[in-house]
Write a protein that binds this ligand. Structure first.
Ligand SMILES: Cc1ncc(COP(=O)(O)O)c(C=O)c1O
Length: 387
């Protein structure tokens, strides 16, 4: 018998650093979780109703592989209106099973074995795995607190080799809450041009920004032709479980991605596509309401953490705070482990998000104001003990 039937790409994948803490938390009572990366809100009623109607009306069949043409038209209009970027609904947009699937599609479509993808870290936990599953090599380039966790163009350029194929950006950022500045993105655009690289820009948190400008990467002059823009409905419309997102890319890349999509998932769930259409057409007031509430929680958690001596960058987007915990004398893993065991507060060690996350923890504020208040009280007790 073989030692394993699995291939090296799979056996080589590191387990997610997030799961472990959730598994421990699940065995405990009275845990306040600042660990989750999804909205605590219900999907807005009218959006849910659109999904329910689709089932009741028998709209329960496959759609075209790229997704309902009406949804692609609505998405094209939305992107044009929001960012003045133009995508042809007929051949440049694919409705996917979340940004997660879109990440899988793009790297499977473009990478040859051994091709390198430069990723500013800390970043979303799936990025390295998606690159490696597609046979590529993830090259991590840390972003720094001193620089507001902006990606570092000089470090990115220094990491370019003849094997570099793409740069993967995720801004607004999970886990730091950074929003890349226009100036930084222009510098990265110059690097992409100079070395003829593809840029994959995961903008799933584009709607969750707090008095800060989000720049759509493909709207930067000259970048449309070398950008794969990824976006979704999970975060802005509280639709994580609907599993719906999209990619927007030049025709050739879209065609390649669609070929894989067609043989792996066929089409994104039809009822979710109907719900997504309603979200684009009438979801704006809900987005604004949720952003206002995240903003209130953001201010609470940032001032609370800073007043405990945990230096916290003021997040400009997404729903995460990323305090530095070195003052506690613990490393991020011990900090998370002891805080969970002793005070029943779950958060995630920064190193789970790659190089540059050491000495930090991620606290999600996608949980109620009252729970954040209680978590801060528990943290205060903890800091008095360890600090
Ligand atoms: C940066 C980032 N990209 C993508 C995803 C996954 O999104 P989706 O639900 O669209 O698959 C997440 C989820 O946490 C995320 O934080």
């Amino acid at each position: 018998m073989r030692e394993t039937f699995l291939n090296k790409r799979v056996t080589g994948l590191k387990p997610s650093g997030i799961r472990k803490y959730f598994d421990i938390a699940a065995t405990m009572q009275d845990v306040i979780s600042l660990g989750i990366g999804e909205p605590d809100f219900f999907t807005p009623e009218s959006i849910s109703q659109a999904g329910i109607r689709s089932i009741q009306h028998g709209d329960t069949h496959y759609t075209s592989n790229a997704g309902l043409i009406e949804l692609r038209h609505a998405l094209s209009k939305h992107l044009e209106k929001k960012y003045a970027v133009s995508y042809n609904p007929d051949n440049e947009l694919i409705i996917t099973v979340g940004v997660s699937e879109a990440l899988y599609l793009v790297f499977t479509a473009v990478l040859e074995p051994g091709d390198e993808v430069i990723i500013p870290t800390p970043c979303f936990v799936s990025y390295q795995a998606e690159v490696e599953l597609a046979g590529g090599v993830a090259v991590e380039v840390p972003s720094r607190l001193e620089n507001d966790f902006n990606p570092d163009p000089a470090a990115i350029e220094a990491a370019v080799t003849p094997r570099t194929r793409a740069i993967l950006l995720g801004y607004p950022n999970n886990p730091t809450g950074a929003v890349a500045t226009r100036d930084t993105l222009h510098k990265i655009a110059d690097i992409a041009e100079k070395y003829d690289l593809l840029v994959v820009s995961d903008e799933i948190y584009d709607r969750l920004v707090y008095d800060f400008e989000h720049v759509c990467f493909s709207a930067i002059p000259g970048m449309h032709k070398r950008t794969v823009l990824l976006g979704g409905f999970s975060k802005a419309y509280a639709m994580t479980g609907w599993r719906i997102g999209y990619s927007a890319a030049p025709v050739e890349i879209s065609k390649g991605m669609l070929r894989i999509h067609q043989f792996t998932v066929m089409s994104a769930p039809t009822m979710s596509q109907m719900a997504a259409m309603e979200a684009l057409e009438n979801g704006e007031p809900f987005v604004e309401e949720m952003v206002a509430e995240y903003d209130r929680r953001r201010r609470l958690i940032v001032s609370g953490l800073n007043s405990l001596g945990l230096k916290t960058f003021e997040p400009r987007g997404a729903f995460y705070a990323f305090p530095q915990i070195t003052v506690s004398g613990l490393n991020e893993n011990l900090f998370a482990e002891r805080l969970l065991q002793e005070e029943h507060v779950a958060l995630v060690p920064g190193s789970a998000f790659g190089v540059g996350g050491e000495g930090f923890v991620r606290c999600s504020y996608a949980t109620s104001y009252e729970k954040i208040e209680e978590a801060l009280r528990r943290l205060e007790r903890f800091m008095r003990r360890v600090g």
